[in-house]
Design a protein. Structure first.
Length: 305
Protein backbone atom coordinates (compact mmCIF):
# COMPACT_ATOMS: atom_id res chain seq x y z
CA UNK A 1 0.00 0.00 0.00
CA UNK A 2 2.86 2.37 0.86
CA UNK A 3 4.40 1.83 -2.58
CA UNK A 4 1.13 2.76 -4.30
CA UNK A 5 0.83 5.87 -2.13
CA UNK A 6 4.37 6.90 -3.06
CA UNK A 7 3.74 6.33 -6.78
CA UNK A 8 0.47 8.28 -6.55
CA UNK A 9 2.28 11.14 -4.79
CA UNK A 10 4.96 11.13 -7.50
CA UNK A 11 2.26 11.31 -10.17
CA UNK A 12 0.75 14.31 -8.38
CA UNK A 13 4.16 15.91 -8.03
CA UNK A 14 4.86 15.74 -11.78
CA UNK A 15 1.20 16.43 -12.70
CA UNK A 16 0.78 13.26 -14.68
CA UNK A 17 -2.38 14.49 -16.41
CA UNK A 18 -0.51 17.41 -17.98
CA UNK A 19 2.33 15.11 -19.05
CA UNK A 20 -0.13 12.74 -20.74
CA UNK A 21 -1.66 15.67 -22.63
CA UNK A 22 1.80 16.86 -23.68
CA UNK A 23 2.76 13.39 -24.89
CA UNK A 24 -0.56 13.10 -26.73
CA UNK A 25 -0.03 16.46 -28.45
CA UNK A 26 3.36 15.34 -29.77
CA UNK A 27 1.99 11.99 -30.97
CA UNK A 28 -0.93 13.69 -32.73
CA UNK A 29 1.37 16.22 -34.36
CA UNK A 30 3.68 13.46 -35.58
CA UNK A 31 1.19 10.82 -36.75
CA UNK A 32 -1.87 12.85 -37.74
CA UNK A 33 -0.17 15.86 -39.27
CA UNK A 34 3.51 15.62 -40.12
CA UNK A 35 3.84 12.05 -41.44
CA UNK A 36 0.63 12.13 -43.57
CA UNK A 37 1.68 15.39 -45.26
CA UNK A 38 5.21 14.12 -45.88
CA UNK A 39 3.79 10.90 -47.33
CA UNK A 40 1.44 12.89 -49.54
CA UNK A 41 4.48 14.70 -50.94
CA UNK A 42 6.49 11.51 -51.37
CA UNK A 43 8.92 12.43 -48.59
CA UNK A 44 10.33 10.55 -45.61
CA UNK A 45 10.70 11.91 -42.13
CA UNK A 46 14.26 12.74 -41.08
CA UNK A 47 13.32 11.50 -37.61
CA UNK A 48 12.89 7.74 -37.18
CA UNK A 49 10.14 6.38 -34.95
CA UNK A 50 12.63 5.32 -32.29
CA UNK A 51 14.30 8.75 -32.28
CA UNK A 52 10.90 10.44 -32.09
CA UNK A 53 10.00 8.29 -29.06
CA UNK A 54 13.24 9.36 -27.39
CA UNK A 55 12.49 12.99 -28.22
CA UNK A 56 9.03 12.66 -26.67
CA UNK A 57 10.57 11.12 -23.55
CA UNK A 58 13.05 14.00 -23.31
CA UNK A 59 10.25 16.58 -23.56
CA UNK A 60 8.11 14.77 -20.97
CA UNK A 61 11.07 14.50 -18.55
CA UNK A 62 11.82 18.18 -19.06
CA UNK A 63 8.23 19.12 -18.23
CA UNK A 64 8.19 16.77 -15.23
CA UNK A 65 11.40 18.28 -13.85
CA UNK A 66 9.88 21.73 -14.31
CA UNK A 67 6.82 20.77 -12.28
CA UNK A 68 8.99 19.33 -9.52
CA UNK A 69 11.21 22.39 -9.08
CA UNK A 70 8.16 24.63 -9.31
CA UNK A 71 6.39 22.65 -6.58
CA UNK A 72 9.50 22.80 -4.40
CA UNK A 73 9.66 26.57 -4.75
CA UNK A 74 5.89 26.86 -4.21
CA UNK A 75 5.69 24.94 -0.94
CA UNK A 76 4.80 28.02 1.12
CA UNK A 77 2.25 29.36 -1.34
CA UNK A 78 0.66 25.92 -1.74
CA UNK A 79 0.38 25.68 2.04
CA UNK A 80 -1.45 29.01 2.18
CA UNK A 81 -3.68 28.05 -0.74
CA UNK A 82 -4.44 24.64 0.77
CA UNK A 83 -2.95 22.65 -2.12
CA UNK A 84 -1.20 19.31 -1.69
CA UNK A 85 1.23 18.46 -4.50
CA UNK A 86 2.61 15.14 -3.25
CA UNK A 87 5.72 16.53 -1.58
CA UNK A 88 4.54 15.37 1.83
CA UNK A 89 4.94 11.72 0.82
CA UNK A 90 7.98 12.13 -1.43
CA UNK A 91 9.95 14.51 0.78
CA UNK A 92 11.95 17.58 -0.29
CA UNK A 93 15.28 15.74 -0.48
CA UNK A 94 13.90 12.96 -2.67
CA UNK A 95 12.04 15.48 -4.82
CA UNK A 96 15.26 17.40 -5.48
CA UNK A 97 17.05 14.16 -6.34
CA UNK A 98 14.29 13.20 -8.78
CA UNK A 99 14.46 16.70 -10.28
CA UNK A 100 18.19 16.39 -10.97
CA UNK A 101 17.80 12.86 -12.38
CA UNK A 102 14.97 13.91 -14.71
CA UNK A 103 16.83 17.03 -15.88
CA UNK A 104 20.08 15.22 -16.63
CA UNK A 105 18.21 12.33 -18.28
CA UNK A 106 16.25 14.75 -20.50
CA UNK A 107 19.40 16.51 -21.71
CA UNK A 108 21.30 13.23 -22.30
CA UNK A 109 18.38 11.66 -24.19
CA UNK A 110 18.00 14.80 -26.32
CA UNK A 111 21.71 14.61 -27.17
CA UNK A 112 21.40 11.06 -28.52
CA UNK A 113 18.17 11.66 -30.43
CA UNK A 114 19.80 12.08 -33.83
CA UNK A 115 22.74 13.18 -35.90
CA UNK A 116 23.81 16.57 -37.19
CA UNK A 117 21.22 19.32 -37.04
CA UNK A 118 18.60 17.02 -35.47
CA UNK A 119 20.89 16.40 -32.51
CA UNK A 120 21.81 20.05 -32.13
CA UNK A 121 18.18 21.19 -32.33
CA UNK A 122 16.92 18.62 -29.82
CA UNK A 123 19.81 19.19 -27.40
CA UNK A 124 19.61 22.98 -27.60
CA UNK A 125 15.83 23.06 -27.22
CA UNK A 126 15.90 20.70 -24.22
CA UNK A 127 18.77 22.47 -22.46
CA UNK A 128 17.17 25.90 -22.93
CA UNK A 129 13.78 24.60 -21.79
CA UNK A 130 15.27 23.09 -18.62
CA UNK A 131 17.02 26.37 -17.88
CA UNK A 132 13.92 28.49 -18.47
CA UNK A 133 11.77 26.23 -16.29
CA UNK A 134 14.29 26.51 -13.46
CA UNK A 135 14.51 30.30 -13.66
CA UNK A 136 10.73 30.48 -13.96
CA UNK A 137 10.37 28.59 -10.68
CA UNK A 138 12.93 30.67 -8.78
CA UNK A 139 12.48 34.11 -10.35
CA UNK A 140 10.38 34.72 -13.49
CA UNK A 141 7.05 33.78 -11.89
CA UNK A 142 7.55 36.67 -9.45
CA UNK A 143 7.48 39.17 -12.33
CA UNK A 144 3.96 40.09 -13.53
CA UNK A 145 3.03 38.41 -16.85
CA UNK A 146 6.62 37.38 -17.70
CA UNK A 147 6.30 34.04 -15.91
CA UNK A 148 2.98 33.35 -17.64
CA UNK A 149 4.49 34.11 -21.05
CA UNK A 150 7.55 31.90 -20.43
CA UNK A 151 5.41 28.86 -19.53
CA UNK A 152 3.09 29.50 -22.50
CA UNK A 153 5.98 29.80 -24.96
CA UNK A 154 7.45 26.51 -23.70
CA UNK A 155 4.05 24.82 -24.02
CA UNK A 156 3.73 26.03 -27.61
CA UNK A 157 7.29 24.98 -28.40
CA UNK A 158 6.66 21.47 -27.05
CA UNK A 159 3.79 21.11 -29.56
CA UNK A 160 6.16 22.21 -32.33
CA UNK A 161 9.08 19.96 -31.30
CA UNK A 162 8.19 17.06 -33.67
CA UNK A 163 8.53 19.52 -36.57
CA UNK A 164 11.45 21.51 -35.16
CA UNK A 165 13.63 18.39 -34.81
CA UNK A 166 12.65 16.94 -38.21
CA UNK A 167 14.42 18.65 -41.13
CA UNK A 168 12.03 17.21 -43.71
CA UNK A 169 9.04 18.54 -41.77
CA UNK A 170 10.50 21.95 -40.96
CA UNK A 171 11.32 22.48 -44.66
CA UNK A 172 7.73 21.67 -45.71
CA UNK A 173 5.57 24.83 -45.89
CA UNK A 174 2.13 23.22 -45.28
CA UNK A 175 3.51 21.43 -42.20
CA UNK A 176 5.03 24.66 -40.90
CA UNK A 177 1.71 26.48 -41.31
CA UNK A 178 -0.34 23.80 -39.54
CA UNK A 179 2.12 23.21 -36.71
CA UNK A 180 2.66 26.92 -36.06
CA UNK A 181 -1.13 27.32 -36.02
CA UNK A 182 -1.48 24.69 -33.32
CA UNK A 183 1.48 26.15 -31.43
CA UNK A 184 -0.20 29.58 -31.40
CA UNK A 185 -3.42 27.95 -30.14
CA UNK A 186 -1.48 26.19 -27.37
CA UNK A 187 0.27 29.45 -26.47
CA UNK A 188 -2.95 31.43 -26.15
CA UNK A 189 -4.83 28.77 -24.17
CA UNK A 190 -1.83 28.20 -21.92
CA UNK A 191 -1.43 31.96 -21.33
CA UNK A 192 -5.11 32.29 -20.45
CA UNK A 193 -4.87 29.34 -18.05
CA UNK A 194 -1.74 30.67 -16.36
CA UNK A 195 -3.48 33.98 -15.71
CA UNK A 196 -6.60 32.18 -14.44
CA UNK A 197 -4.43 30.11 -12.09
CA UNK A 198 -2.82 33.30 -10.78
CA UNK A 199 -6.32 34.48 -9.86
CA UNK A 200 -7.03 31.17 -8.14
CA UNK A 201 -3.76 31.29 -6.18
CA UNK A 202 -3.69 35.03 -5.47
CA UNK A 203 -3.96 34.66 -1.69
CA UNK A 204 -0.88 32.47 -1.39
CA UNK A 205 1.09 34.41 -4.01
CA UNK A 206 0.41 37.72 -2.25
CA UNK A 207 1.39 36.28 1.12
CA UNK A 208 4.71 35.05 -0.29
CA UNK A 209 5.58 38.18 -2.26
CA UNK A 210 4.97 36.69 -5.72
CA UNK A 211 3.87 39.60 -7.91
CA UNK A 212 1.56 37.97 -10.44
CA UNK A 213 -0.84 40.01 -12.56
CA UNK A 214 -3.67 39.08 -10.19
CA UNK A 215 -1.67 40.32 -7.19
CA UNK A 216 -0.55 43.57 -8.85
CA UNK A 217 -3.73 44.53 -10.71
CA UNK A 218 -6.39 42.46 -8.94
CA UNK A 219 -8.32 39.40 -10.01
CA UNK A 220 -10.88 41.48 -11.90
CA UNK A 221 -8.29 42.94 -14.28
CA UNK A 222 -6.44 39.61 -14.59
CA UNK A 223 -9.68 37.78 -15.43
CA UNK A 224 -10.49 40.34 -18.13
CA UNK A 225 -7.00 39.92 -19.63
CA UNK A 226 -7.45 36.12 -19.65
CA UNK A 227 -10.86 36.54 -21.32
CA UNK A 228 -9.37 38.82 -24.00
CA UNK A 229 -6.63 36.26 -24.69
CA UNK A 230 -9.31 33.57 -25.02
CA UNK A 231 -11.35 35.73 -27.40
CA UNK A 232 -8.25 36.31 -29.54
CA UNK A 233 -7.93 32.53 -29.80
CA UNK A 234 -11.60 32.26 -30.74
CA UNK A 235 -11.19 34.92 -33.43
CA UNK A 236 -8.13 33.26 -34.93
CA UNK A 237 -9.93 29.92 -35.13
CA UNK A 238 -12.88 31.63 -36.84
CA UNK A 239 -10.52 33.31 -39.31
CA UNK A 240 -8.95 29.98 -40.22
CA UNK A 241 -12.41 28.44 -40.64
CA UNK A 242 -13.42 31.24 -43.02
CA UNK A 243 -10.22 31.11 -45.08
CA UNK A 244 -10.35 27.32 -45.46
CA UNK A 245 -14.18 27.14 -45.83
CA UNK A 246 -14.15 24.50 -43.11
CA UNK A 247 -17.96 24.12 -43.21
CA UNK A 248 -17.46 22.07 -46.37
CA UNK A 249 -16.26 19.32 -44.03
CA UNK A 250 -19.28 19.16 -41.66
CA UNK A 251 -17.88 16.69 -39.11
CA UNK A 252 -14.70 18.63 -38.39
CA UNK A 253 -16.55 21.96 -38.56
CA UNK A 254 -19.16 20.96 -35.98
CA UNK A 255 -16.50 19.35 -33.79
CA UNK A 256 -14.54 22.60 -33.63
CA UNK A 257 -17.62 24.76 -33.15
CA UNK A 258 -19.21 22.66 -30.41
CA UNK A 259 -16.16 21.38 -28.49
CA UNK A 260 -13.63 24.18 -28.92
CA UNK A 261 -15.21 27.49 -29.87
CA UNK A 262 -18.43 27.29 -27.85
CA UNK A 263 -16.68 26.26 -24.60
CA UNK A 264 -14.10 28.98 -25.26
CA UNK A 265 -16.82 31.62 -25.45
CA UNK A 266 -18.46 30.22 -22.31
CA UNK A 267 -15.13 30.38 -20.49
CA UNK A 268 -14.60 34.00 -21.51
CA UNK A 269 -18.11 35.01 -20.40
CA UNK A 270 -17.69 33.26 -17.05
CA UNK A 271 -14.34 34.99 -16.54
CA UNK A 272 -16.11 38.34 -16.51
CA UNK A 273 -18.32 37.02 -13.70
CA UNK A 274 -15.78 34.98 -11.70
CA UNK A 275 -15.00 36.22 -8.20
CA UNK A 276 -14.08 33.25 -6.01
CA UNK A 277 -11.14 30.84 -5.88
CA UNK A 278 -13.51 27.96 -6.59
CA UNK A 279 -14.86 29.67 -9.71
CA UNK A 280 -11.37 30.30 -11.07
CA UNK A 281 -10.46 26.67 -10.32
CA UNK A 282 -13.37 25.43 -12.42
CA UNK A 283 -12.42 27.78 -15.26
CA UNK A 284 -8.84 26.52 -15.16
CA UNK A 285 -10.14 22.95 -15.58
CA UNK A 286 -12.44 24.06 -18.42
CA UNK A 287 -9.49 25.71 -20.14
CA UNK A 288 -7.52 22.45 -19.97
CA UNK A 289 -10.43 20.54 -21.55
CA UNK A 290 -10.68 23.11 -24.36
CA UNK A 291 -6.97 22.79 -25.07
CA UNK A 292 -7.27 18.99 -25.18
CA UNK A 293 -10.20 19.20 -27.59
CA UNK A 294 -8.33 21.71 -29.74
CA UNK A 295 -5.30 19.44 -30.04
CA UNK A 296 -7.58 16.48 -30.73
CA UNK A 297 -8.78 18.25 -33.89
CA UNK A 298 -5.56 16.99 -35.52
CA UNK A 299 -7.02 13.49 -35.38
CA UNK A 300 -10.47 14.70 -36.48
CA UNK A 301 -9.05 16.53 -39.51
CA UNK A 302 -6.94 13.51 -40.43
CA UNK A 303 -9.84 11.05 -40.19
CA UNK A 304 -12.27 13.30 -42.12
CA UNK A 305 -9.83 14.43 -44.83
Amino acid sequence: MKIFQTVFSLFRLVRIGNLIMLCGAMLLSRHMLILPILELNGLDSALSHSKFNLLTLAVVLTAASGYIINNLMDMETDRVNGKERGLEKIGQRNARLIYFIFTIAAVVIAFIVGDGSIKSRAFLATAVSCGLLYFYAVDYKRIPVLGNVVVSVLTAFAVAMPMFCDEAASNNEPIRIFVIGYAVFAFLLSLAREIIKSCEDMKGDAACGIRTLAVVAGTRVAAIVAAVVGLIGFSLIGTVQYITAQWESPISFYFVCSLVQLPLVVMCILLFRARTKKAFGRLSSLNKIIMAMGLLTMAVFYLTA
